[in-house]
Design a protein around this ligand. Sequence first.
Ligand SMILES: NC(=O)c1ccc[n+]([C@@H]2O[C@H](COP(=O)([O-])OP(=O)(O)OC[C@H]3O[C@@H](n4cnc5c(N)ncnc54)[C@H](OP(=O)(O)O)[C@@H]3O)[C@@H](O)[C@H]2O)c1
Length: 261
Amino acid sequence: MAKRTIAGSRVLVTGASSGIGREIALELGRHGADVVAVARTADKLAKLADDFQSLPGRCEVVAGDVTDDALRHEAVRRATEAFGGLDVLINNAGIGALGPFETATAERLRKIMDVNFFAAAEMIRVALPTLKHGRRPAIVNVTSILGSVGIPQSSEYCASKFALEALSQSLRAELFRHGVDVLVVAPGSTETEFFDHALEMTAHPPWLDSKRTSAADVARAAVNAIARGKRSIVPNFRGRLMCWAQRICPGLVDLALRRYG
Ligand SMILES: NC(=O)c1ccc[n+]([C@@H]2O[C@H](COP(=O)([O-])OP(=O)(O)OC[C@H]3O[C@@H](n4cnc5c(N)ncnc54)[C@H](OP(=O)(O)O)[C@@H]3O)[C@@H](O)[C@H]2O)c1
């Protein structure tokens, strides 16, 4: 994995209107990167563009839904038109839901897979021809610690993030000969509006009330990992503990999680 200079990099960030994506965009802007910011809520994107006025980096916004193929093409086109190309694609847009699988709808599963997995995968396919001409190109997929630990009441979300982890691993090997790096950023519990945006909340597991890492801290760790050419990071201490426990003693993790089913 290549080290890269953030200043002057051309970066496309999905889900940049709030939370981790917004903080990543701003952190990139502070380091002098040029950012194409994508999300559905135009007024929040306009606010982000405003906040860029005082930063060395430039910001272009593209409002739309990442599940829309035309929007994905428009976002890559904008990077080329405004900045002359694309060096880093950050697939961050994501949604979730809380509650048992059995009584949830097929639509809930489909919607979460559409945004968290299919849209990210197709964003990569659309961006790759341009990325391959980029400077030290990289794809950054924001997954979750729930991309390696499956927990109750979040089955669809965990499935979508496991899928994105697997895609990342395959593409890391496949794209090596093209010089395109693949970085996975797997946050644990982070202070954002994620649960306000949830499709459904039919359960309230106790970890919802636990202490969270700030989105700004996660963003700093993500941008630092991009610069240092890291392969995969878990930017929260408790998240790292959980992933470690899952690897070392999966049976014990099963036992601990059982009571929340
Ligand atoms: N918060 C956590 O504890 C946590 C932990 C692990 C991983 N993550 C992951 O971190 C990423 C960012 O989440 P967050 O916590 O920052 O939540 P957030 O504040 O709700 O941000 C989600 C972002 O995704 C965008 N988005 C959602 N659906 C979209 C769609 N169909 N098309 C375009 N944009 C869409 C939202 O913008 P619009 O609504 O304006 O479209 C928003 O900018 C997600 O992938 C999430 O799974 C979060």
